[in-house]
Design a protein. Structure first.
Length: 132
């Protein structure tokens, strides 16, 4: 009794070059990346505090770097990551309680997170430049 077993042709699973991730998945990945960026930024905050404690010369050196164009870009990106991570973390706290998990509501909260992160970052930098 020999039976012929046919292989079923199944489609290959999609990969990131073919499959378009939904916005919720992209924000989830961005949340993790923002956490990594915040960890690296914390090293810079520690360097600033150490320089401030070390004396005026060290403090002026670090402030010179921070007030340069590359330093301002890094600070801007760090603050944007901070606010984005915070807003998305608040959304995750609501999700942990079982709220806003419906697909259409979750999609709206994606845009709310992005909007609030943008507003908070812009407001912070507007206040920083208006007071200086």
């Amino acid at each position: 009794m020999s039976e012929t077993i046919k292989k079923v042709q199944r489609p290959l699973s999609p990969h990131l070059q073919v499959y378009k991730l939904p916005l919720t998945a992209r924000l989830s990945i961005s949340h993790r990346a923002a956490g990594v960026a915040l960890s690296a930024g914390t090293v810079l905050v520690a360097a600033f505090l150490i320089a401030a404690a070390a004396g005026e010369e060290s403090y002026n050196f670090v402030m010179g770097i921070a007030s340069s164009v590359p330093g301002q870009i890094i600070l801007f990106l760090w603050s944007a990551a901070l606010y984005y991570h915070m807003c998305n973390g608040i959304r995750h706290m609501f999700w942990d309680t079982g709220k806003f998990l419906e697909k259409d509501v979750a999609m709206r909260t994606n845009y709310i997170v992005i909007m609030f992160a943008f507003i908070l970052t812009a407001a912070t930098w507007a206040c920083a430049y208006l007071t200086s």
